[in-house]
Design a binder for this molecule. Structure first.
Ligand code: UDP
Ligand code: MG
Length: 316
């Protein structure tokens, strides 16, 4: 039976290569048997003229559709906007615009989905070009994420096929700040995994600055674990135990008239406790800001001009 597929591609300042890239994706997608394919390009507030290029492409009626966000809301928001717009399709596939997610995999992903899996994930067999430091940090983060949240996001990417049930469930999740990989994992629909090598097409490497990546890392971690908050309590208990011991000793010394000249100890303790308190407050602050952001209930993105897209089969 013919199935309708939506390919959701977030686009942010991809330059002139974007047209060739999405055409290459589309060409591969059209070779998938028994399916009609539409591509939804979510322009995440590009400022480099990509918007005009995309508008021209989408006007040509080759199955490309444009969803433009009013400004740069970030990849996560773009993915959410795209998936919410693609609810009418039998399945949606999320992939990058820079061909780092190989289009040749599409047919296999769809085949696995047709076997009955709700989610088909493409995992990275290798990570492509990136600095050694960044690679190390990412690995350390993934390991910490696994220990703290019990979720294994090793080698995961945002290249995923989602059945319409999953797309609907994802759209219904109320939270504003999202971590696509983690949430798909958390929803725990039946999942098939494929692997791919990240090709070295990266025209300019990643568009994520280190600071942005760090913020993303913190948001994702905070979204899935409140361990840092509990850690503060544990730290408090440990500090209390230590203070009881030292307090006892100090008191004994005082009583026996042996009170020593402990200036250095006092300074060290002060510094230690002071910095522990500051860090603890910082942890609490991160969670409070997160709560504040969610409580504001501001949408995660604003669409520039409302539009919905439907599978071609549904329109006929
Ligand atoms: N992207 C986006 N909004 C952003 C940053 C990136 O929509 O603020 C898109 C970008 O156009 C690309 C995908 O997200 O399609 C992945 O971005 P990039 O290749 O820069 O990151 P990588 O995952 O390769 O490090
Ligand atoms: Mg990339």
């Amino acid at each position: 039976m013919t199935k309708s597929l939506a390919i959701v591609v977030p686009v942010f300042n991809e330059g002139s290569a974007i047209v060739d890239n999405v055409r290459a994706i589309m060409a591969a997608a059209r070779r998938i048997p028994d399916s009609t394919v539409s591509m939804l390009l979510v322009d995440d507030g590009s400022t480099d003229g990509s918007t005009e290029t995309l508008r021209r492409l989408c006007g040509a009626g080759e199955g490309f559709h444009l969803l433009r966000l009013t400004r740069n809301f970030g990849k996560e928001a773009a993915i959410t906007a795209g998936l919410r717009a693609a609810g009418g399709f039998d399945a949606a596939i999320v992939m990058d615009a820079d061909l780092q997610h190989p289009p040749e995999l599409l047919a296999e992903m769809v085949r696995r989905w047709r076997e009955g899996y709700d989610v088909v994930e493409a995992c990275k067999a290798s990570r492509g070009p990136e600095s050694r430091l960044r690679g190390r940090l990412v690995r350390a983060y993934v390991a910490a994420f696994r220990v703290l949240t019990g979720m294994d996001i090793r080698n995961q990417s945002d290249f995923k096929l989602l059945d319409r049930r999953v797309v609907a469930a994802y759209g219904r999740l109320p939270e504003r700040e999202r971590f696509f990989r983690g949430l798909v994992n958390w929803m725990d629909f039946s999942t098939a995994r494929l692997t791919f090598d990240v090709p070295a097409t990266g025209k300019r490497g990643s568009s994520w600055s280190s600071l942005r990546l760090l913020r993303y890392a913190v948001t994702s971690m905070v979204a899935f674990t409140s361990f840092p908050l509990h850690l503060i309590t544990v730290l408090g208990v440990v500090t209390l135990a230590v203070s009881v011991v030292f307090g006892g000793i100090a008191l004994m010394d005082k009583i026996c008239g042996r009170a020593i000249d402990g200036f250095t100890t006092v300074i060290l303790l002060l510094l230690f406790i002071g910095s522990t308190l500051m860090i603890s407050l910082g942890f609490i602050g991160i969670y409070i800001s997160r709560i504040y952001n969610e409580v504001k209930r501001r949408p995660a993105y604003i669409i520039d001009g409302e539009r919905s897209i439907m599978p071609e089969t549904a329109r006929e």
